[in-house]
Ligand binder design. Structure first.
Ligand code: HEM
Length: 259
């Protein structure tokens, strides 16, 4: 698989297949998220939920598969040697944009997981009118009975339960990833510790985020809208920064010996 990803690309003569595929998928996922955002703005909660859930799950799955296969060995991480531009551009332009991009993507991934869980904790089908913030008439006027809407009040689950479930699931996820990897190439203990820390570390960040969110947005509907808008803007920034990184690596200043 790693060899396959390192084949010549199809977008730029200097790109690799993995980089080109990643970039195309980044555009595709962002378009899907924007369509999901548009549906939420149109108050089509169920369609928004389906589209965002599919797009987010596909994006997370792609990330895991890509990084399992490449072990983070992308050209962008090879340091100055992997970059065809001069030292000045590397230090003052490429490196800051790449670091910023990695931060945005890392926060974006944590927000994706948090928002999917939050979506289920704060939404109800509109037939359950008692928990929605819409008037009965608005619900009746919805063509499809059972449209998904945000509910008033705090999200389901106490902080204790949220923390407990999150920790158990993150340990379970680390185990599953380890098993998957065992099926192809047995990983060393170092890689296992890295996956384990990544999953459990991510879980701890989710718990910290939930604690902070409770203080600033106790109402679940308001929290979903505010955090959701922030996440969508983050994805737009991720697309801009990945476009800049791609152009610098494979179009403006390709490292000719990489090909
Ligand atoms: C990464 C995942 C998600 C993001 C970034 C996100 C983002 C958003 C945003 C920005 C809004 C407010 C739109 C506006 O009025 O300006 C919204 C509304 C909503 N979201 Fe999500 N969402 C996500 C996942 C989910 C999931 C998984 C569900 C359900 C299980 C869900 C259910 C809803 C509902 C019901 C609304 C209200 C739509 C309405 O006003 O009728 N969302 N979301």
């Amino acid at each position: 698989m790693k060899k396959y990803l390192e084949q010549p690309g199809f977008l730029s003569p200097y790109g690799t297949f993995g980089a080109d595929l990643s970039y195309l998928l980044a555009i595709g996922f962002t378009l899907l998220f924007m369509a999901g955002w548009y549906l939420a703005k149109q108050r089509k909660g169920q369609a928004h939920h389906t589209l965002t859930l599919i797009a987010m799950t596909a994006m997370l799955a792609y990330f895991v598969i890509y990084y399992l296969a490449r072990e983070l060995g992308a050209v962008a991480f090879e340091g100055k040697e992997g970059f065809g531009g001069g030292a000045f551009i590397y230090t003052w332009v490429f490196s800051p944009i790449l670091s910023f991009h990695i931060w945005v993507v890392t926060v974006g991934i944590i927000m994706a997981v948090y928002m999917i869980i939050l979506g289920y904790r704060v939404s109800v089908r509109s037939l359950d009118r008692s928990r929605t913030n819409r008037s009965a008439q608005a619900i009746h006027s919805s063509k499809k009975k059972g449209e998904r809407v945000l509910a008033d009040g705090p999200p389901k689950l106490t902080l204790e339960r949220f923390s407990g479930y999150t920790l158990v699931i993150s340990v379970f996820l680390a185990m599953v990833l380890f098993m998957i990897r065992l099926l192809s190439r047995p990983p060393g203990i170092g890689l296992f510790i890295a996956w384990f820390s990544l999953c459990v570390g991510g879980g701890v960040l989710l718990i910290a985020l939930e604690g902070l969110a409770r203080m600033f947005y106790p109402d679940g509907a308001k929290r979903h809208r505010a955090f959701g808008t922030f996440t969508m803007i983050l994805y737009l920034i991720a697309l801009f920064t990945s476009t800049a990184t791609y152009l610098m690596l494979y179009v403006f200043w390709p490292h000719l010996s990489v090909k």
